[in-house]
Design a binder for this molecule. Structure first.
Ligand code: GCU
Length: 687
């Protein structure tokens, strides 16, 4: 609205600049402003916008506008006016922003920068047009900010249309064909660009038969999506089947060192670029949970990744090679095999062997997107490899978009974690310096609220914003999202608006920790129902082959991952963490059971015993959800929230409360029975 009521000048040409013009025009149509476009930096005729001090020939001067967005050479007149020195250092996506003499100016060297600068102005709202401010430079910390869709083209018999999808089907595919809903894909591109995302993988990392063909005879479907995402600065990537030369090319092998295999990938990739010139590259899940990979041919993962990297290199493409490689057929009796160790054991010997356009993509923790895990030690152990950190916006293990669980604080903790202690670089800095990426499994789908739970949109937004600047305060990012999403919060400045903002913060700021409270305790993880992973089942995975155990017995619980007596996983960390996690005294409470097997009576730093902590957090977690639900009910009367959205959130809070109670009762009963130790009432509060 702030922008749409203004007089806007856009200088520069090309696809992305035209997107900026269209965006500005749409806003101005709604709110009474005007847009002038000078496509080539030349002066436009003076008919559409009244001037106030122009060039003397009737052309309005810069002072006739409230907002000027100018690109590259076309920006020349604006740089000086904004008091910014142009030195060509803003990069491919950066921009400069200033307000001076009543004019707000966005300047960029490259088109994507102008687009991101435009969305910055949208975020600022009225503040972009109030007090003057000196030039600020903005550029993304991570060059690649990517969403991976785990979407299938066919409806897969087990994982359905979207694997771990909780948002009503795929934006791209339906029942074996491209959905063809161009407006929806365009709207999605716009949403992503506004959050700062610039890359999308359009199909599941588990590449089934039909999806394998996206690389060849179904490539047209991918090209059509690429055409829709391109105007928003988003490049398309494809998850590919490592065995494609066999499955598609009719070759007898997919051996990465076989000449015919190499030519097949080179030629296939050349064809991909012939239809999608700005194609981003491949994503590969190899030798993981049944997917084919180089191990099948006695080759290393560097050899596998380099095969694809080599095919992509002439076109500037990148291969994202996933580090999620572990034995999913382990014997639960075998205590020496530790799934947490697997990625490090497989990949660190390969450091330095990956080609320049290969990125090793590691989940943020060593297990699997749990609500609480230590940071993956792989991220600290591959200094000569480009690294991508993978998050899961889709809430497989964090309430499946039925539960409010704002993940910004979790991601922010991971990105700000310093593997080498207080003086070392953060995980985000390591990934950025390596030329890597930040990736999230997408949580968006065909649902009318995009994400099933309307409040889960905040995770999509936060992911993009943190990938742009990992140092942002996740609660401030949430506040931005609230302002942009619920106009009632900002426009009115009313008591009701403030109440809504306060309610959303009260529900969301701590929601990840609330979820952690009522689910698996102290970092031990899982305890979810096998298969779909929703709701509690303490022993659901205990005697399976998946490597996710808690080892609870009558005396205690937790996984001994120490060097002294356990699996030695603590030794994969650099100092000081290898010592901190090894030590029972120093290990942070929230990760205690990830690293140690302890008796129920073990005393935590917070003064509670483990068993009492389990009871207390499970009671408290449910109470917190009950309060969330009540708080939401109370804002209904203010009428600031769309009725359908209100009802959707209310219904999901009902389910969250039911499920949290189920977690509480199963966990507390289970550990009461196992330990035989009763709950101690708190003497002070009588709780
Ligand atoms: C988890 C998830 C799978 C997914 C896998 C992956 O195990 O449950 O659905 O395929 O992660 O990240 O590849």
């Amino acid at each position: 609205r702030a922008l749409g009521a203004r007089r806007v000048l856009v200088r520069g040409g090309g696809t992305l600049v035209e997107t900026v013009v269209r965006e500005a025009e749409a806003a101005c149509e709604r709110h009474g402003g005007s847009v002038r476009h000078q496509a080539h930096g030349d002066r436009a005729p003076a008919d559409s916008v009244p001037g106030d001090g122009g060039s003397g020939d009737g052309t309005p001067g810069d002072g006739a506008f409230d907002l000027i967005l100018a690109l590259g050479r076309a920006a020349a007149p604006s740089w000086a006016a904004a008091g910014i020195e142009r030195d060509g250092t803003l990069g491919a996506e950066g921009y400069a922003l200033a307000r001076r003499g009543g004019v707000t100016v966005v300047l960029a060297d490259e088109p994507a920068g102008l687009l991101y600068g435009f969305f910055h102005v949208v975020r600022l709202g009225e503040a972009a047009f109030a007090d003057a401010f000196a030039a600020q430079r903005h550029e993304p910390a991570l060059r690649e900010r990517m969403l991976d869709h785990w979407d299938n083209v066919d409806v897969h018999p087990v994982t359905r249309q979207v694997e771990r999808g909780y948002s009503g089907g795929s934006i791209f595919w339906r029942d074996g064909v491209a959905r063809g809903d161009h407006d929806r894909v365009r709207a999605y591109a716009r949403l992503l660009a506004a959050c700062g995302i610039n890359a999308v993988a359009v199909n599941n990392v588990n590449v089934h038969a039909t999806e394998t063909r996206l690389l060849t005879d179904r490539l047209g479907d991918v090209a059509a999506i690429a055409d829709l995402l391109r105007p928003y600065g988003i490049r398309v990537h494809l998850s590919v089947n490592f065995a494609s030369p066999v499955a598609l090319g009719g070759l007898p092998t997919a051996d990465p060192l076989d000449e015919a295999v190499r030519s097949w990938w080179a030629e296939t990739t050349r064809r991909v670029y012939a239809s999608i010139p700005d194609f981003g590259g491949y994503v590969v899940k190899a030798d993981s949970e049944g997917q084919p990979g180089p191990f099948g041919y006695g080759r290393s993962h560097a050899e596998g990744a380099n095969l694809l990297a080599e095919a992509l290199a002439p076109f500037g493409g990148t291969v994202h090679w996933r580090a999620f490689v572990y034995d999913h057929r382990q014997d639960w009796r075998d205590r020496s095999t530790d799934r947490a160790r697997a990625a490090y054991d497989h990949f660190t010997p390969l450091d330095g062997l990956f080609r320049q356009n290969a990125v090793l993509q590691a989940k943020y923790g060593p297990m699997d997107f749990q609500a609480r895990e230590p940071v993956s030690p792989v991220l600290a152990a591959m200094p000569a490899t480009r690294l991508a950190v993978e998050f899961q916006a889709t809430q497989e293990y964090t309430g499946q978009q039925w539960h409010v669980c704002y993940l910004g604080p979790l991601w922010s903790e991971v990105l700000g974690f310093r593997p080498w202690g207080p003086d070392g670089r953060t995980v985000a800095e390591v990934a950025a310096a390596s030329g890597g990426a930040l990736v999230a499994v997408s949580n968006a789908g065909a649902d009318r609220f995009w994400t099933g739970h309307p409040l889960a949109q905040a995770n999509l937004y936060a992911f993009g914003r943190l990938a742009w600047d990992p140092r942002l305060d996740p609660i401030a990012v949430l506040d931005e999202w609230i302002t942009l999403t619920f106009p009632g919060c900002s426009s009115a400045q009313s008591e009701a608006g403030e109440r809504l903002r306060g309610t959303l913060h009260a529900m969301m700021d701590e929601s990840w920790r609330t979820y952690e409270q009522y689910t698996a305790p102290l970092g031990v993880g899982f305890m979810v129902r096998p298969g779909h992973h929703y709701g509690p089942d303490v022993d659901g995975y205990e005697y399976t082959s998946w490597g996710t155990y808690h080892f609870a017995d009558r005396d205690g619980l937790g996984v001994d991952r120490t060097r002294a007596t356990g699996t030695g996983f603590t030794g994969q960390y650099p100092k000081p963490w290898s010592d901190t996690y090894e030590s029972l005294d120093q290990c942070p409470d929230e990760l205690l059971l990830f690293f140690h097997h302890v008796p129920y009576t073990h005393l935590l730093h917070n003064g509670s015993t483990v068993i009492q902590h389990i009871y207390d957090t499970h009671f408290s977690g449910v109470e917190r959800v009950a309060r969330m639900r009540l708080a939401w009910e109370q804002i209904e009367a203010d009428g600031l929230v769309d009725r359908d959205l209100f009802a959707r959130v209310r219904d999901r809070l009902d389910e969250q409360l039911r499920c949290a109670r189920e977690w509480r009762d199963q966990i507390n009963t289970y550990f009461h029975r196992k330990s035989g130790i009763s709950y101690q009432r708190c003497a002070d509060t009588g709780a």
